[in-house]
Design a protein around this ligand. Sequence first.
Ligand code: ADP
Length: 490
Amino acid sequence: MTVRRASRIPGLQRDDLVRGEAFIDGAWVGAESRISVENPADGLVVGDVPDLGAGEATQAVTAAQDAMPGWQTLTGKARGQVLRRWSELMLAHAEDLARIMTAEQGKPLAEARGEVAYAAAFLEWFAEEARRVNGDILTPHASDKRLTVLRRPVGVVAAITPWNFPLAMITRKAGPALAVGCTMVVKPSELTPLSALALARLGQEAGVPPGVFNVITGQAAPIGDVLTGDPRIRKFTFTGSTAVGKMLAARCMATVKRVSLELGGNAPFIVFDDADIEAAVDGAIASKFRNTGQTCVCANRFFVQAGIHDRFAAALAARVGGLRLGPGLIGAFDQGPLIDARAVAKVRAHIADAVGAGARILTGGQSATVGPLFFQPTVLVDVRPDALVNREETFGPLAAITRFETEAEAIRMANDTSTGLAAYVFTQDMSRGVRLSETLECGMVGLNAGLISTEVAPFGGVKESGMGREGSRYGLEDYLDLKLVCANVA
Ligand code: ADP
């Protein structure tokens, strides 16, 4: 059954990119029961999608399984051509995709445009890599044997993705999966399904065959049960919170699925006395306040050396105080709303905890008047190392600064966390930069750099931040199994 809904997102060139149906086996699938999608900037409904469950999830897995033989026997070049067309269509419709994203997610339109380009770049990158999935011939261990190592697609992939990057977190998985010949079922966040469905629509137009890429919308738990439990799924890839990721990964072990996890971070941002202060402030704004503080690589703990502390804090507060807040579809702003009331409450709780223990607010600290989910970007100083904000990821626009004296102290505090995704170091002493890059327990280091994500480099974390890498040539490995052929030639 098909339920059509007119778009409630203004200014689109193509209203049909706002879908009211899920995408299974190349067909648009509706349902009476609906989930509303709201704009966090004003609470208005911008669309609605089918509230599907375990039955439809199983159908999607069947479709992906059935599509696998045809897709994987295409040449890498042919799969790459489809991925490239898909990427080109994303860019051709970048403005519509950006508006849809801002409407359901809240990020400033300029950032949404940036994410569309970033997301399309994963499809383009893996379109190129599709032709380079090579195996090996090994020197045999016996004269009557020949050893060949094939790299084969793992099989049907299930992906569960978050709301903070509604397109890129899907293409970063779909690019490598489809490039090597896997098929997939994606469950996007229930908060941002419209971007995922627009992506599916463009994939269909790019010639992705039915069943190769499926998007299912609905309740997380029953769909999640299928995606982690169905034995036909051979790989499960998740981006989201640490708690949910751990729980879902544990379920995957019953059928021994390959698992990739991109979970939470608690990134340290370390500024040494010898840092270029302007570069450090630029880096802090980019790392901390992008997506209104809602990225897993956002700086979360600022450690600033005593000699530069006051100057850095004052310069950062001045910049943060000038950030413009507002609804992204209406004007050019630097900060959007937070995703929901729980997110606002967390920022508030982190500030209250720090201030209760003696921290001072340099700027911000309160809800903004723009709307209930807007919060003033905030800078705190004199934050204790054991404050809540230093122990938990805030996922909001709060820069909490803790002072330190020595390099050893900074390293100890930075590594004192169960997660290890990104870390940022600002220093003009390159020996120190190299030392810290090696010593910090994390998957990615920004050395005098606040933005580190690109499709050409491996993204991922250590410790409880996850397992596996996305993007780059390393990102292909998570979708490939090695297969040995030992031939007797006697
Ligand atoms: P966040 O806190 O960033 O929203 P979540 O981990 O809750 O992160 O969400 C990331 C993704 O995980 C979303 O697609 C969400 O629907 C999904 N999810 C959350 N809980 C479950 C669950 N119990 N089973 C399956 N998926 C889930």
